[in-house]
Design a protein around this ligand. Structure first.
Ligand SMILES: [Zn+2]
Length: 507
């Protein structure tokens, strides 16, 4: 297994510069209405200039110069929350203006969150082949051939569960069971039917993708029980789940005295914090993070040797990443923001220096693994998300939440901005979303506020999914305590626990 997949990746790396230049020629420079086209023009950079810059200094060096010259998108510009203005000129654009105009896709999914029209990702056949190549690398690095590949992910509208079923079946792994969750039968029936239909279709075409088994509400113990029943060998099975779900499964095993030691947890969708890692390792399992951005695809994975912190090999054939130090929104902390640029012609979106409110550190470290050998020498460590809630792999943007906290809640229950605060923190066995309400506000039942808040989230694209997943996991709690203050004495509506820090990489 794997040589064809590897040569595909090696070729992309070898011709990385030419591929990117071609992609930009076809998607940006030949299209006058493309917003980047206008940015390049205002920056005084022609296609020929770009070619020269890349030949002289490489892609990353060119991207740093472009960032300085105004060719970039900050997060709110990409999401359409604020206008794009460069050199005093407004550039008309919506999120869809950045969708790749030259791909044909068939696999659409909603990203975990965000307002506006939501970010619909379109995964073309080429993109799927590419993701399959990464799955094959992963299977080789972790020798996934000999034991079950279990999935604990929601059904549609989240595409992740389905995608892992298809990718890992395709490369010959023993995929299944798929433990699905995401709402009660009454509010998710249509998605359950659609998911089952797609699995049936895939099976008809020869895939061995499993049908989902639905978990009872707020109960992950059936997964732990299933794993504990597998024969005890070095690895019982691999488990694909976001970090919070992984923690719930590990905690369920500990609580019931089930032996799930030797399980390989693969986490993605939210930062693997030290607390989450410890909780999973307490059950005798190992955990390895992946790095995905729904608008791009998979952009990194950890290897066998990365058993601390939140570190991955960066998939440099798919993306180029530079860092941009800035102040995080809704806080007063400095972060090392990551800017992403897509390189391949089949990327769902064309990104040039796009900020996705993720922070981390870039470095090159010697490593002896499958990823290193194929050419992924660059690594990102200490990855975490700022400016948005990402609990349980769901994403809600700060601006949406701030609107609810500062306007909707005071209007409905009384009080004013500063009386309500949403805190994302590491709970005892999962990431908790805590709504702190000043005790000065007289509210009889916390349940009423909780219900109101969950329903408010539903109005936003991605919020509906967060609603189902958070309800399933019982992850949202209401407490009557004064909101937390910053060192400067400010009340920030959104208070994010400082997450994943990679101890060996923080200067
Ligand atoms: Zn490695």
């Amino acid at each position: 297994m794997g040589n064809d997949w590897k040569s595909r990746i090696r070729q992309n790396l070898e011709h990385r510069e030419d591929i990117w230049l071609d992609t930009l020629h076809n998607t940006v420079f030949s299209r006058q209405s493309n917003p980047y086209h206008v940015m390049f023009k205002l920056a005084g950079c022609s296609y020929e200039d770009l070619v020269q810059l890349v030949r002289q200094g490489g892609i990353e060096d060119t991207l740093k110069k472009l960032r300085f010259a105004g060719v970039y998108l900050d997060h709110d510009e990409f999401k359409g929350f604020k206008p794009i203005v460069r050199s005093g000129k407004a550039i008309a654009a919506t999120t869809e203006s950045f969708a790749n105009p030259i791909i044909t896709g068939w696999f659409h999914g909603s990203s975990g969150g965000s307002r506006s029209a939501g970010t619909m990702t379109c995964t073309g056949t080429e993109q799927l082949m590419h993701l399959t190549a990464y799955a094959a690398l992963n299977a080789e690095e972790f020798s996934l051939g000999g034991f079950p590949y279990v999935i604990a992910r929601p059904t549609l509208p989240s595409i992740a569960g389905l995608l892992f079923c298809l990718l890992y079946s395709r490369i010959g792994c023993a995929v299944g069971p798929w433990f699905a969750f995401g709402g009660r039968l009454s509010n998710s029936l249509h998605y359950r039917i659609l998911t089952a239909y797609i699995v049936a279709l895939a099976r008809w075409h020869g895939s061995r993708a499993p049908f989902p088994r639905h978990l009872p509400p707020n109960d992950f113990s059936p997964v732990a029980r299933w794993i504990a029943r597998q024969p005890k060998q070095m690895h019982r099975c691999a488990l694909q789940a976001v970090a919070s779900t992984g923690v719930r499964i590990a905690s369920a095993a500990l609580a019931e005295g089930l032996d799930i030691s030797g399980t390989l947890f693969f986490s993605g969708g939210e930062a693997l914090t030290d607390a989450k890692r410890r909780a999973i390792e307490a059950a005798g399992a190992e955990v390895f993070p992946a790095y995905w951005i729904s608008e791009i695809g998979q952009i990194g994975h950890s290897c066998r040797q990365m058993n601390t912190g939140n570190r991955v090999h960066l998939f440099r054939d798919t993306v180029a990443v530079i860092t941009d130090p800035r102040e995080a929104p809704f806080s007063n902390s400095k972060v090392n923001s990551l800017l992403f640029t897509t390189l391949l012609p089949h990327a769902p979106y064309i990104f040039i220096n796009v900020e996705m409110q993720d922070a981390g550190l870039l470095d090159e470290k010697r490593c002896d693994c499958v990823y290193q050998k194929v050419g992924f020498t660059q690594q990102i460590s200490g990855i975490y998300s700022y400016g948005k809630l990402t609990g349980h792999g769901m994403t809600l943007v700060g601006t949406d939440i701030v609107h609810i906290l500062e306007q909707s809640l005071p209007a409905r229950f009384g009080g004013s901005p500063g009386d309500y605060q949403l805190v994302e923190q590491e709970g005892t066995n999962q990431t908790e979303i805590l709504l702190r309400i000043s005790p000065r506000i007289r509210i009889k039942s916390p349940e009423t506020v909780q219900r109101y808040l969950l329903n408010s989230f539903r109005q936003y694209n991605g919020g509906a999914l967060a609603y189902r997943v958070w309800q399933h996991s019982d992850a949202l709690r209401v407490v009557f305590e004064e909101p937390l203050l910053t060192k400067a004495g400010k009340v920030l509506p959104l208070y994010l626990s400082k997450s994943a820090k990679d101890p060996d990489s923080v200067p």
